[in-house]
Design a protein around this ligand. Structure first.
Ligand code: ADE
Length: 265
């Protein structure tokens, strides 16, 4: 998997040298290059922004440096003739990034990230880029950052760790939050008694069936409490009797394979 990131603050991406992603790069599992947009400018001041047509606050990123940068990167793409890299444009006006999208993007061989600053990039760049790229504006969430770099750090980490071999123990990918549409169960380590607080006894029992049931119940309780939107989205058709009973206790009935809040709850 190859990542290219274009930014006017290449130093912002330095954390991608560290930890699991940095190690995966050293081992050749991931290739990542950061490009300084200003090296693609032609003027003495290396200008990347200008005032917006139609007025309004702030500045807009000029199109030509972006075309130069993205043109060069597309040309050097390792993909075969005829297949396009995906261009991800972090923006609060994009589709929301989630684990499903992370899995989808982890299947790609070449992802390019265009970090906008100021009020954003001249919209014509996104239209023009469609000749060479599959263009996807993507938002980290419903809030506004100062630029795309922080969003790229999050997305590269979330996508990169799904590439086979990057995470040492692939089991941990199966059990984590969002992998089955639920939040992860709480975890504990030694000592079993700490400052008057005990680890739930069942976890010390060695009974794996009971432990799995207990953890699933906590996943459902935690999700219903913190993220009821995820309960609404669950496909519960294949849920066991035990899981349906937990949902019932939490105030949900199962109707046509969906969990719906019971009117009286
Ligand atoms: N740039 C500014 N805000 C953003 C957000 N919420 N997600 C992605 N990129 C952004």
């Amino acid at each position: 998997m190859r990542f290219d990131v274009v930014s006017i603050f290449p130093e912002y991406l330095a954390p991608l040298d560290l930890s699991l992603i940095g190690k995966a790069r050293t081992e050749g599992l991931l290739e990542l290059a950061v490009h300084d947009l200003r090296t693609y400018t032609q003027d003495r001041h290396r200008t990347v922004d200008d005032t917006p047509y139609g007025g309004g606050a702030g500045m807009v990123m000029k199109p030509e440096p972006w075309a130069q940068a993205l043109g060069d990167i597309a040309e050097a793409s390792p993909l075969a003739e005829g297949s396009k890299p995906t261009l991800i444009v972090p923006s609060p006006a994009g589709e929301v990034f989630n684990q499903k999208l992370a899995y989808e993007l982890a299947e790609e061989d070449h992802l390019v990230f265009a970090c906008g600053r100021y009020e954003g990039i001249d919209e014509r760049v996104l239209e023009w880029a469609q000749d060479a790229y599959t263009v996807r504006p993507v938002s980290l969430g419903d809030y506004v950052l100062n630029g795309g770099e922080v969003a790229v750090l999050a997305m590269v980490e979330a996508i990169g760790r799904l590439v086979p071999g990057v995470v040492g123990n692939p089991e941990s990918l199966i059990e984590e939050s969002h992998s089955d549409g639920l939040l992860e169960y709480p975890v504990y380590t030694k000592p079993s008694s700490w400052r008057g607080r005990e680890v739930p006894e069942v976890l010390l029992s060695g009974n794996h069936g009971k432990i799995a049931k207990f953890r699933k119940e906590l996943q459902l309780r935690r999700t219903a409490d913190r993220r009821p939107d995820l309960i609404d989205a669950l496909d519960v058709a294949a849920f066991s009797k035990t899981d349906r009973n937990v949902l019932w206790e939490l105030g949900y009935a199962v109707v046509d394979g969906k969990a719906v809040l019971r009117p009286e709850s």
